[in-house]
Design a protein around this ligand. Sequence first.
Ligand code: NAP
Length: 314
Amino acid sequence: MDSVPATAASSAESVTVSADASAKVIDGKLVVKQVREEIAVEVSRMKDAVGIVPGLAVILVGSRKDSQTYVRNKKKACEAVGIKSYEVNLPEDSSEEEVIKHIASFNSDPSVHGILVQLPLPRHMNDENILNAVSIEKDVDGFHPLNIGRLAMQGRDPFFVPCTPKGCMELLHRYGVEIKGKRAVVIGRSNIVGMPAALLLQKANATVSIVHSQTKNPEEITRQADIVIAAVGVANLVRGNWIKPGAAIIDVGINPVDDPESPRGYRLVGDVCYEEASKVAGAITPVPGGVGPMTIAMLLSNTLESAKRIHKFK
Ligand code: NAP
Protein backbone atom coordinates (compact mmCIF):
# COMPACT_ATOMS: atom_id res chain seq x y z
CA MET A 1 0.00 0.00 0.00
CA ASP A 2 1.54 3.31 -0.95
CA SER A 3 -1.20 5.70 -0.06
CA VAL A 4 -3.61 6.16 2.79
CA PRO A 5 -7.20 5.25 1.97
CA ALA A 6 -8.76 8.38 0.53
CA THR A 7 -12.30 7.74 1.62
CA ALA A 8 -13.93 6.87 4.88
CA ALA A 9 -15.70 3.98 3.22
CA SER A 10 -12.57 2.17 2.14
CA SER A 11 -11.14 1.98 5.61
CA ALA A 12 -14.28 1.98 7.77
CA GLU A 13 -14.51 -1.66 6.78
CA SER A 14 -11.20 -2.21 8.46
CA VAL A 15 -12.52 -1.43 11.91
CA THR A 16 -15.34 -3.91 11.77
CA VAL A 17 -13.38 -6.97 10.72
CA SER A 18 -13.93 -10.23 12.57
CA ALA A 19 -12.02 -11.07 15.71
CA ASP A 20 -9.75 -13.63 14.10
CA ALA A 21 -8.46 -11.34 11.35
CA SER A 22 -5.40 -9.28 11.99
CA ALA A 23 -5.86 -5.55 12.37
CA LYS A 24 -5.21 -3.01 9.66
CA VAL A 25 -2.04 -1.10 10.45
CA ILE A 26 -2.57 2.65 10.83
CA ASP A 27 0.63 3.84 9.25
CA GLY A 28 1.77 7.14 10.76
CA LYS A 29 4.79 7.45 8.48
CA LEU A 30 2.60 7.25 5.41
CA VAL A 31 0.15 9.82 6.75
CA VAL A 32 3.02 12.13 7.68
CA LYS A 33 4.32 11.95 4.12
CA GLN A 34 0.92 12.96 2.78
CA VAL A 35 0.42 15.71 5.37
CA ARG A 36 3.84 17.19 4.64
CA GLU A 37 3.20 17.18 0.91
CA GLU A 38 -0.10 18.97 1.45
CA ILE A 39 1.53 21.54 3.75
CA ALA A 40 4.35 22.19 1.26
CA VAL A 41 1.78 22.89 -1.46
CA GLU A 42 -0.11 25.32 0.78
CA VAL A 43 3.07 27.09 1.95
CA SER A 44 4.12 27.71 -1.61
CA ARG A 45 0.58 28.78 -2.65
CA MET A 46 0.59 31.34 0.17
CA LYS A 47 4.05 32.61 -0.71
CA ASP A 48 3.10 33.02 -4.37
CA ALA A 49 -0.24 34.67 -3.63
CA VAL A 50 0.58 37.08 -0.80
CA GLY A 51 4.36 36.86 -0.36
CA ILE A 52 4.10 35.50 3.20
CA VAL A 53 6.21 32.59 4.42
CA PRO A 54 4.97 30.93 7.64
CA GLY A 55 7.54 31.15 10.44
CA LEU A 56 8.09 29.00 13.52
CA ALA A 57 10.27 30.15 16.44
CA VAL A 58 11.72 27.59 18.82
CA ILE A 59 13.25 28.50 22.15
CA LEU A 60 15.58 25.97 23.72
CA VAL A 61 16.94 26.47 27.22
CA GLY A 62 19.89 24.33 28.33
CA SER A 63 21.71 21.58 26.50
CA ARG A 64 19.73 18.37 27.01
CA LYS A 65 20.68 16.03 24.19
CA ASP A 66 17.11 14.77 23.64
CA SER A 67 15.74 18.34 23.49
CA GLN A 68 18.48 19.35 21.04
CA THR A 69 17.52 16.41 18.83
CA TYR A 70 13.81 17.32 18.95
CA VAL A 71 14.59 20.93 18.05
CA ARG A 72 16.88 19.84 15.20
CA ASN A 73 14.14 17.55 13.86
CA LYS A 74 11.56 20.32 14.04
CA LYS A 75 13.88 22.67 12.18
CA LYS A 76 14.54 20.07 9.47
CA ALA A 77 10.82 19.36 9.11
CA CYS A 78 10.14 23.11 8.70
CA GLU A 79 12.79 23.41 6.00
CA ALA A 80 11.39 20.42 4.13
CA VAL A 81 7.97 22.07 3.70
CA GLY A 82 9.21 25.64 3.19
CA ILE A 83 8.35 27.00 6.67
CA LYS A 84 11.00 29.41 7.99
CA SER A 85 12.41 28.48 11.37
CA TYR A 86 13.91 30.77 13.99
CA GLU A 87 15.86 29.38 16.90
CA VAL A 88 17.05 30.82 20.20
CA ASN A 89 19.39 28.77 22.37
CA LEU A 90 19.76 29.98 25.93
CA PRO A 91 22.12 28.65 28.58
CA GLU A 92 20.78 26.39 31.34
CA ASP A 93 21.25 29.11 33.97
CA SER A 94 19.21 31.74 32.10
CA SER A 95 16.56 33.52 34.11
CA GLU A 96 12.83 33.21 33.54
CA GLU A 97 12.83 36.91 32.60
CA GLU A 98 15.32 36.28 29.78
CA VAL A 99 13.17 33.52 28.31
CA ILE A 100 10.06 35.69 28.60
CA LYS A 101 11.91 38.58 26.92
CA HIS A 102 12.59 36.37 23.87
CA ILE A 103 8.99 35.17 23.85
CA ALA A 104 7.78 38.79 23.93
CA SER A 105 10.01 39.66 21.01
CA PHE A 106 8.66 36.72 18.94
CA ASN A 107 5.09 37.65 20.02
CA SER A 108 5.50 41.00 18.28
CA ASP A 109 7.52 39.78 15.29
CA PRO A 110 5.20 39.63 12.25
CA SER A 111 7.38 37.06 10.46
CA VAL A 112 6.82 34.57 13.32
CA HIS A 113 3.45 32.78 13.32
CA GLY A 114 4.18 30.07 15.84
CA ILE A 115 6.25 30.00 19.05
CA LEU A 116 7.34 26.87 20.78
CA VAL A 117 9.25 26.58 24.05
CA GLN A 118 10.97 23.21 24.14
CA LEU A 119 10.08 21.29 27.31
CA PRO A 120 11.25 20.30 29.84
CA LEU A 121 12.58 23.63 31.08
CA PRO A 122 15.34 23.76 33.71
CA ARG A 123 14.06 23.09 37.21
CA HIS A 124 14.50 26.68 38.44
CA MET A 125 11.94 27.90 35.93
CA ASN A 126 8.19 27.95 36.31
CA ASP A 127 6.70 26.31 33.20
CA GLU A 128 3.37 28.01 33.73
CA ASN A 129 4.81 31.55 33.79
CA ILE A 130 6.75 30.85 30.62
CA LEU A 131 4.04 29.08 28.63
CA ASN A 132 1.50 31.75 29.62
CA ALA A 133 3.79 34.40 28.08
CA VAL A 134 3.32 32.93 24.59
CA SER A 135 0.63 34.88 22.72
CA ILE A 136 -2.45 32.66 22.42
CA GLU A 137 -2.49 33.46 18.70
CA LYS A 138 0.99 31.97 18.24
CA ASP A 139 0.68 29.08 20.72
CA VAL A 140 1.22 26.35 18.11
CA ASP A 141 1.77 23.76 20.86
CA GLY A 142 -1.78 24.51 22.04
CA PHE A 143 -0.75 24.35 25.71
CA HIS A 144 -1.98 27.81 26.73
CA PRO A 145 -4.82 27.44 29.28
CA LEU A 146 -7.02 29.66 27.11
CA ASN A 147 -6.57 27.30 24.17
CA ILE A 148 -7.39 24.27 26.33
CA GLY A 149 -10.38 26.14 27.82
CA ARG A 150 -11.72 26.94 24.37
CA LEU A 151 -11.22 23.31 23.35
CA ALA A 152 -13.36 22.23 26.32
CA MET A 153 -16.20 24.70 25.77
CA GLN A 154 -19.25 24.13 23.60
CA GLY A 155 -19.48 26.53 20.70
CA ARG A 156 -15.87 27.73 21.02
CA ASP A 157 -12.85 26.66 19.05
CA PRO A 158 -9.26 26.83 20.21
CA PHE A 159 -6.71 28.71 18.14
CA PHE A 160 -4.60 25.55 18.22
CA VAL A 161 -5.07 21.92 19.16
CA PRO A 162 -2.09 20.29 20.96
CA CYS A 163 -0.01 18.43 18.38
CA THR A 164 0.01 14.83 19.65
CA PRO A 165 -3.77 14.55 20.23
CA LYS A 166 -4.35 16.36 16.95
CA GLY A 167 -2.15 13.71 15.32
CA CYS A 168 -4.28 10.94 16.89
CA MET A 169 -7.44 12.47 15.44
CA GLU A 170 -5.82 12.95 12.06
CA LEU A 171 -4.92 9.25 11.95
CA LEU A 172 -8.50 8.28 12.79
CA HIS A 173 -9.86 10.63 10.11
CA ARG A 174 -7.40 9.59 7.42
CA TYR A 175 -8.20 5.93 8.00
CA GLY A 176 -11.93 6.64 7.85
CA VAL A 177 -12.67 5.56 11.42
CA GLU A 178 -16.14 6.77 12.27
CA ILE A 179 -16.22 8.73 15.54
CA LYS A 180 -19.71 10.21 15.79
CA GLY A 181 -21.90 8.22 18.18
CA LYS A 182 -19.12 5.74 18.96
CA ARG A 183 -17.81 4.83 22.39
CA ALA A 184 -14.26 6.00 23.00
CA VAL A 185 -11.94 5.36 25.90
CA VAL A 186 -8.86 7.46 26.53
CA ILE A 187 -6.36 5.88 28.89
CA GLY A 188 -4.34 8.64 30.57
CA ARG A 189 -5.41 12.22 31.38
CA SER A 190 -2.24 14.29 31.00
CA ASN A 191 -2.50 17.93 29.95
CA ILE A 192 -0.54 17.29 26.78
CA VAL A 193 -2.13 14.09 25.49
CA GLY A 194 -4.92 12.29 27.37
CA MET A 195 -7.08 15.21 28.44
CA PRO A 196 -7.07 17.10 25.11
CA ALA A 197 -7.54 13.79 23.23
CA ALA A 198 -10.69 13.11 25.28
CA LEU A 199 -11.96 16.65 24.57
CA LEU A 200 -11.33 16.23 20.85
CA LEU A 201 -13.16 12.90 20.70
CA GLN A 202 -16.06 14.46 22.55
CA LYS A 203 -16.10 17.43 20.15
CA ALA A 204 -16.27 14.87 17.34
CA ASN A 205 -19.42 13.46 19.04
CA ALA A 206 -18.02 10.27 20.56
CA THR A 207 -19.19 9.20 24.01
CA VAL A 208 -15.97 9.36 25.97
CA SER A 209 -14.67 7.71 29.14
CA ILE A 210 -11.31 8.49 30.66
CA VAL A 211 -9.32 5.78 32.40
CA HIS A 212 -6.54 6.86 34.77
CA SER A 213 -4.36 5.43 37.50
CA GLN A 214 -7.22 5.36 40.03
CA THR A 215 -9.78 3.73 37.72
CA LYS A 216 -11.26 0.46 38.91
CA ASN A 217 -11.58 -2.32 36.32
CA PRO A 218 -9.93 -0.39 33.46
CA GLU A 219 -10.05 -3.47 31.25
CA GLU A 220 -13.86 -3.70 31.52
CA ILE A 221 -14.28 -0.04 30.60
CA THR A 222 -11.78 -0.26 27.75
CA ARG A 223 -13.53 -3.35 26.37
CA GLN A 224 -16.61 -1.24 25.66
CA ALA A 225 -14.73 1.11 23.37
CA ASP A 226 -14.96 1.30 19.60
CA ILE A 227 -11.98 3.67 19.76
CA VAL A 228 -9.14 3.52 22.28
CA ILE A 229 -6.44 6.15 22.68
CA ALA A 230 -3.76 4.96 25.11
CA ALA A 231 -1.39 7.61 26.51
CA VAL A 232 -0.03 6.20 29.73
CA GLY A 233 3.68 5.48 29.60
CA VAL A 234 3.42 1.86 30.83
CA ALA A 235 4.76 -0.73 28.39
CA ASN A 236 2.14 -3.23 27.16
CA LEU A 237 -0.45 -2.20 29.77
CA VAL A 238 -3.39 -2.78 27.44
CA ARG A 239 -3.69 -6.48 26.68
CA GLY A 240 -5.61 -8.22 23.92
CA ASN A 241 -8.47 -9.09 26.27
CA TRP A 242 -9.05 -5.37 27.04
CA ILE A 243 -10.08 -4.80 23.46
CA LYS A 244 -13.45 -5.01 21.77
CA PRO A 245 -13.21 -6.97 18.52
CA GLY A 246 -12.92 -4.57 15.61
CA ALA A 247 -11.98 -1.51 17.70
CA ALA A 248 -9.58 1.15 16.43
CA ILE A 249 -6.54 1.51 18.66
CA ILE A 250 -4.29 4.56 18.79
CA ASP A 251 -1.22 3.87 20.89
CA VAL A 252 0.58 7.05 21.98
CA GLY A 253 2.94 5.37 24.46
CA ILE A 254 6.66 5.26 23.78
CA ASN A 255 8.38 3.00 26.29
CA PRO A 256 11.92 1.61 26.17
CA VAL A 257 12.16 -2.07 27.17
CA ASP A 258 15.37 -4.07 27.52
CA ASP A 259 16.29 -6.01 24.41
CA PRO A 260 19.76 -7.58 24.36
CA GLU A 261 19.29 -8.42 20.68
CA SER A 262 18.92 -4.78 19.70
CA PRO A 263 22.19 -2.90 19.02
CA ARG A 264 21.09 -0.22 21.51
CA GLY A 265 20.22 -2.81 24.16
CA TYR A 266 16.59 -1.69 24.17
CA ARG A 267 13.62 -1.26 21.87
CA LEU A 268 10.56 0.93 21.97
CA VAL A 269 7.11 -0.46 22.64
CA GLY A 270 3.72 1.16 23.14
CA ASP A 271 1.20 1.12 25.98
CA VAL A 272 -0.73 -1.52 24.06
CA CYS A 273 0.52 -5.08 23.69
CA TYR A 274 0.65 -4.98 19.89
CA GLU A 275 1.04 -8.70 19.39
CA GLU A 276 -2.18 -9.48 21.27
CA ALA A 277 -4.17 -6.39 20.34
CA SER A 278 -3.55 -6.66 16.62
CA LYS A 279 -5.32 -10.04 16.66
CA VAL A 280 -8.49 -8.49 18.07
CA ALA A 281 -8.60 -4.87 16.90
CA GLY A 282 -9.87 -3.69 13.54
CA ALA A 283 -7.10 -1.13 13.15
CA ILE A 284 -4.05 -0.27 15.23
CA THR A 285 -1.05 2.06 15.24
CA PRO A 286 2.36 0.44 15.57
CA VAL A 287 5.06 1.74 17.91
CA PRO A 288 7.28 3.10 16.51
CA GLY A 289 5.80 4.46 13.28
CA GLY A 290 2.27 5.29 14.43
CA VAL A 291 1.50 8.41 16.44
CA GLY A 292 5.16 9.32 17.03
CA PRO A 293 5.93 10.90 13.65
CA MET A 294 2.57 12.73 13.62
CA THR A 295 3.46 15.23 16.35
CA ILE A 296 5.93 17.27 14.30
CA ALA A 297 3.67 17.07 11.24
CA MET A 298 0.86 18.62 13.31
CA LEU A 299 3.23 21.33 14.52
CA LEU A 300 3.85 22.27 10.89
CA SER A 301 0.11 22.16 10.26
CA ASN A 302 -0.55 24.48 13.25
CA THR A 303 2.13 26.91 12.05
CA LEU A 304 0.63 27.06 8.56
CA GLU A 305 -2.88 27.50 10.03
CA SER A 306 -1.60 30.33 12.19
CA ALA A 307 0.01 32.17 9.27
CA LYS A 308 -3.19 31.78 7.25
CA ARG A 309 -5.32 33.09 10.12
CA ILE A 310 -3.06 36.05 10.90
CA HIS A 311 -2.90 37.07 7.23
CA LYS A 312 -6.55 36.14 6.53
CA PHE A 313 -5.41 33.84 3.73
CA LYS A 314 -7.91 31.19 2.68
P1 NAP B 1 1.98 11.41 31.81
O1 NAP B 1 1.94 12.88 31.89
O2 NAP B 1 2.91 10.65 32.69
O3 NAP B 1 0.48 10.87 32.05
C1 NAP B 1 0.23 9.50 32.14
C2 NAP B 1 -1.24 9.29 32.42
O4 NAP B 1 -1.44 7.90 32.50
C3 NAP B 1 -1.72 9.89 33.72
O5 NAP B 1 -2.96 10.53 33.51
C4 NAP B 1 -1.88 8.70 34.64
O6 NAP B 1 -2.97 8.78 35.53
C5 NAP B 1 -2.18 7.59 33.67
N1 NAP B 1 -1.76 6.30 34.21
C6 NAP B 1 -0.57 5.96 34.78
N2 NAP B 1 -0.55 4.65 35.11
C7 NAP B 1 -1.77 4.16 34.75
C8 NAP B 1 -2.36 2.89 34.83
N3 NAP B 1 -1.72 1.84 35.36
N4 NAP B 1 -3.61 2.74 34.34
C9 NAP B 1 -4.28 3.77 33.79
N5 NAP B 1 -3.76 5.01 33.69
C10 NAP B 1 -2.53 5.20 34.17
O7 NAP B 1 2.31 10.91 30.34
P2 NAP B 1 2.07 11.62 28.91
O8 NAP B 1 2.96 12.79 28.76
O9 NAP B 1 0.62 11.77 28.65
O10 NAP B 1 2.65 10.47 27.96
C11 NAP B 1 2.07 9.19 27.90
C12 NAP B 1 2.88 8.31 26.96
O11 NAP B 1 2.83 8.89 25.66
C13 NAP B 1 4.38 8.21 27.28
O12 NAP B 1 4.83 6.92 26.93
C14 NAP B 1 5.02 9.25 26.38
O13 NAP B 1 6.36 8.92 26.06
C15 NAP B 1 4.15 9.14 25.16
N6 NAP B 1 4.08 10.37 24.35
C16 NAP B 1 4.26 10.24 22.99
C17 NAP B 1 4.20 11.36 22.19
C18 NAP B 1 4.36 11.19 20.71
O14 NAP B 1 4.18 10.13 20.19
N7 NAP B 1 4.68 12.16 19.94
C19 NAP B 1 3.96 12.62 22.73
C20 NAP B 1 3.74 12.72 24.11
C21 NAP B 1 3.79 11.58 24.92
P3 NAP B 1 -3.05 9.83 36.75
O15 NAP B 1 -3.48 11.12 36.12
O16 NAP B 1 -4.08 9.24 37.64
O17 NAP B 1 -1.67 9.89 37.34
